[in-house]
Design a protein around this ligand. Structure first.
Ligand SMILES: [Mg+2]
Length: 342
């Protein structure tokens, strides 16, 4: 008998929270703005998640599982990998298209390892790739000091691949200009697809003033490429403020909703998740966090903190947030008050 009821929902959270990390929860590795106590309020006495929340950062360089462990340690709450969305997490959506194609990954940390974990079968680092081409960097002999940096001289080399120190822009221009094969430029090769994990011009790290981010690297690469190539550089930037990222965050938050529904009343294909009335984006960067939430539209509500990139007294002129607060603790306080949870 079909009762016409698909889900019985009790105490389902109708809101969720996405936290930016750098400049909101952490500066470098130090918690800021009362972040540990703010996050603790989102858990019940038994340690279960009461309010669905996740981390929505444009940072990255390590797999989500490792980032979750790192955040758990730094912030003192139990974080699972599905709560971590990094700039490159969106690359998972490209797996079907490029699973068996050669991927050259560059950036801080271990981008090739990250891509391999996502399932890309032929991901190599830019250094590994460049090492396949003799004399690709004429300045390599003068840069020997960089190859020794960070290496323990008493231990053998980590692998047999030569550790060339090639300038990223030079090799990337080679790759992009020659259809993926440096040194074989006939001028008519289509540019291989290029994806950036984020496009932040600057961000708040441990240093007192803002640091240049992936967006600054993109501008440098694009400027050089466009000077030496007849067609302008084509690329796609993921990360905030790309609306795709916010859609993805909404889908992940639905999965994190505490579920108290009865399976007996669930119809086949029903995920049991309920639409959110409000999703809060707490960030420190107006042109990334606030602009992204604004572009994503309903149900996103933007909260800007003064602990990172933004330090203004009032609201940001170009991308005004729905609310401006001093710290993330104040933001969580506001949200729980607004949602009638003390
Ligand atoms: Mg930030």
């Amino acid at each position: 008998m079909n009762l016409g009821i698909s889900v019985i929902t009790i105490h389902r959270s109708s809101f969720g929270i996405a936290f930016d990390i750098d400049g909101v929860l952490l500066r470098g590795k130090d918690p800021i703005g009362g972040s540990p106590q703010a996050l603790r309020r989102l858990y019940g006495d038994s340690g279960n998640l009461n309010v669905p929340f996740l981390f929505l950062t444009n940072g990255g360089g390590i797999p989500e599982s490792r980032r979750a462990n790192e955040l758990s340690e730094l912030l003192g709450v139990k974080i699972v990998p599905s709560q971590v969305l990094q700039g490159h997490s969106s690359f998972k959506s490209l797996l079907k298209r490029y699973e068996n194609q050669l991927i050259v990954a560059t950036g801080k940390g271990e981008p090739a390892v990250v891509m391999s974990e996502y399932g890309f079968k032929k991901a190599v680092s830019l250094e590994e790739y460049a090492s396949c081409f003799e004399n690709i960097d004429p300045l390599a002999p003068y840069k020997m000091w960089t190859t020794k940096l960070g290496l323990d001289r008493s231990s053998p080399p980590l692998n047999t691949v030569p550790r060339y120190d090639v300038s990223s822009e030079t090799v990337l221009c080679d790759v992009l200009r020659c259809g993926g094969l440096p040194g074989q430029d006939n001028g008519h090769q289509p540019q291989p697809p290029l994806y950036f994990a984020a496009d932040d011009l600057e961000y708040q790290a441990a240093f007192p003033s803002n640091r240049l981010g992936t967006g600054a690297f993109r501008i440098a690469l694009e400027s050089v490429f466009n000077r030496i190539h007849y067609n302008p550089l084509e690329y796609v930037s993921f990360g905030k403020p790309n609306p795709f990222v916010f859609k993805n965050a909404e889908a992940m938050l639905k999965q994190l909703q505490p579920s108290y529904h009865s399976d007996y009343f669930k119809e086949p294909g029903d995920s049991g998740s309920q639409s959110f009335k409000t999703l809060y984006m707490i960030g420190d960067n107006p042109s990334v966090d606030v602009k992204g939430a604004q572009q994503a539209g309903h149900p996103w509500f933007s909260i800007l903190t003064r602990t990172g990139v933004f330090r203004g007294k009032h609201n940001h002129a170009e991308f005004p947030a729905d609310l401006v607060v001093d710290t993330v603790e104040e933001a969580v306080d506001y949200i729980l008050g607004r949602e009638c949870i003390s």
